[in-house]
Ligand binder design. Structure first.
Ligand SMILES: [Zn+2]
Ligand SMILES: [Zn+2]
Length: 315
């Protein structure tokens, strides 16, 4: 991609604009504007041209952009020119633009094997850092399914023992998985999976006609595959969504294919219980450009289970 890029001091303002979000239609950086009227006008002119035996007009390199996006590109470009050295002092072949091309490779280097967090105090501390504290329970504010309150509802010793094991395994698994990928829990719940296409928190824009948010799928966030969702960020950027639906893979595979097919940076996978347990399947949707390959928490869960069992046998 970048090997065809010829360095110049300041690219054209449309190139600047292409790497910025559109303030009007909320197109993400490097995604075309949704500008159907401009496109229709172009098509109409081209029909007239070709009917009259002329060559059609080529569309602009970055598609039809909204005026406000072009203006933002111009402003960014002017800022760069103002901040750069005088023309006589510039070094030939040097790029003086500050465009964020989004092509910085993931900085994180991840070991092949996850480091498991097993000690329950350390796990709880990590949990507090990720989810905040539950003052009443004096534990981390664990997500649904791993929260401390369930302990009070268990009647028999066997039930309690099974629950405590579930909590130990699930909590170790979730913090070990998050640390393996360098993920933190998002401060706010996103409206839908389209959140993953943004560079920071943002809700979907409202449709001009219906007044309803222009969400992917048009479904509520908590429906279907999105049971017990957790949104994850990498260095503050939306990076992954995990969920634990009580569905079989074939029930949600087509939906997730369609959903992730809308943006080439997205991928999904699904596996077994993850950290939630209770006969659910874990779903992970993530940004490939930020995280590279991602696996469900199942292998980490298996390793945690084995390690805790070994500890119990020797301790
Ligand atoms: Zn636009
Ligand atoms: Zn949405």
């Amino acid at each position: 991609m970048s090997d065809t890029y010829h360095p110049k001091w300041f690219p054209d303002f449309t190139e600047y604009a292409w790497h910025l979000p559109c303030p009007q239609c909320h197109a993400e950086p490097r995604q075309p504007c949704h500008a159907p009227y401009k496109q229709a006008h172009h098509d109409r002119v081209n029909r007239l041209l070709t009917n009259a035996g002329h060559a059609p007009d080529t569309p602009p390199q970055y598609g039809f952009m909204h005026k406000r996006r072009s203006e933002a590109g111009s402003r960014h470009r002017s800022g760069d020119i103002g901040a750069a050295p005088w023309a006589e002092e510039r070094v030939p072949g040097t790029r003086y633009d500050t465009i964020d091309r989004g092509d910085t490779p993931p900085t994180r280097t991840r070991g092949e094997r996850a480091v498991l967090l097993l000690d329950q105090d350390a796990v709880d501390q990590r949990g507090r850092a990720l989810f905040g504290a539950d003052r009443e329970e004096r534990t981390a504010a664990w997500p649904y399914g791993l929260e401390q309150g369930q302990v009070r509802n268990r009647q028999t010793f066997a039930e309690l023992a099974a629950l405590l094991e579930h909590l130990a395994v699930g909590r170790s698994t979730i913090v070990s998985w998050a640390d393996h990928y360098g993920l933190k829990v998002a401060q706010r719940n996103p409206c839908c999976a389209r959140w993953l296409t943004r560079s920071s928190y943002g809700a979907c824009p409202k449709d001009r006609w219906t007044g309803r948010p222009d969400c992917w799928n048009g479904d509520l966030y908590t429906r279907g595959w999105r049971d017990h969702p957790i949104a994850w960020v990498l260095d503050g950027r939306p990076a992954a969504i995990t969920a634990a639906p009580g569905l079989r893979h074939q029930d949600f595979a087509a939906t997730l294919d369609t959903l992730t097919g809308q943006d080439e940076r997205l991928a999904w996978t699904a596996g077994g219980k993850g950290w939630y347990g209770y006969r659910t399947s874990q779903v992970v949707i993530w940004r490939r450009d930020l995280l590279g390959d991602v696996d469900t928490a199942d292998s980490i869960r298996a390793a945690v289970q084995a390690a805790l069992a070994a500890e119990a046998a020797t301790g």
